[in-house]
Write a protein that binds this ligand. Structure first.
Ligand code: APR
Length: 234
């Protein structure tokens, strides 16, 4: 019975219309991450940071899960072993597709938190620096996003899950940002089988035992079918 950990990146949501970061025309080609995705950027200009995440939140709410998200939910529901999705994405498309076992290591676009007292709540579609924290009443509300220079969420649980899995899969990630980019090397070092599903050959192809190249909406359902047929479940 294989336990599977799946790391997803912006590429799995690309065909749902949500931008990636480093592809041609990606978000970091249009916007400067240093001005929008760091605690200093928020301290210097909270209105600009809220505007950026309000735009992304609106796009997220208007988007729908695609065939890749739905296939991963089908895998979780039918695979006999454990299936854990560790996503770098801050959209909610995995959950809306029906996946339950999901860790959002870079935060959640639909959640807000207080920079002062750390209370969290469901974000309004449009947040502003004038919002009041429902916990302490201060006006220090920010998106519950892990910014550059901050520690990702769930790292202990992620490391434990990777060390206990039999297959580590990376879907739609450029492998540019640590610690997520280092997970495949850790898995390989433990003798765990590794698979890349990406529009292109992975930048570090030596880290992967298997590589599937093509759009996630085609490759992920194909891979899930292979996994479930092998297990006699469709
Ligand atoms: N199907 C499969 N893969 C795709 C598709 C697609 N339709 N479209 C793009 N990709 C792949 C690209 O080839 C690329 O390898 O998705 C990857 C997107 O890479 P990035 O834009 O770097 O996104 P990601 O790896 O998720 O970035 C990691 O960086 O800025 C931070 O916090 C941000 O979580 C993000 C992190």
């Amino acid at each position: 019975m294989t336990n599977i950990v799946i790391l997803t990146g912006a590429g799995i949501s690309a065909e749902s219309g949500l931008g990636t970061f480093r592809d041609k025309g990606g978000l970091w080609a249009k916007f400067n991450p240093a001005e929008l995705a760091s605690p200093r950027a928020f301290a210097e200009n909270p209105a600009r940071v809220h505007e950026f995440y309000n735009m992304r939140r609106e796009n997220c709410v208007a988007s729908s899960p695609n065939a890749a998200h739905l296939a991963l939910a089908r895998l979780e529901q039918n695979h006999l072993g454990r299936v854990l999705i560790v996503t770098q994405n801050v959209d909610d498309l995995h959950m809306r597709a029906g996946s339950v076992n999901v860790l959002q290591m870079h935060g959640d676009l639909l959640q807000a938190k207080c920079a002062k007292c750390d209370v969290k709540w469901r974000a309004a579609l449009v947040m502003s620096k004038e919002d009041y924290c429902p916990g302490c009443g201060s006006q220090s509300c920010r998106p519950d996003i892990v910014w550059f220079g901050e520690s990702p969420y769930h790292m202990a649980a992620i490391r434990t899950a990777i060390s206990a899995c039999d297959l580590f899969v990376v879907i739609g990630s450029s492998g540019s940002v640590y610690p997520a980019a280092g997970f495949v090397t850790a898995a390989r070092g433990l003798g765990i089988a590794t698979l890349s599903i990406n529009l292109e050959e992975p930048s570090r192809s030596a880290a992967f035992d298997h590589v599937m190249v093509g759009p996630a909406t085609q490759m992920v359902p194909r891979w899930v079918d292979q996994m479930l047929i092998r297990k006699g479940k469709k």
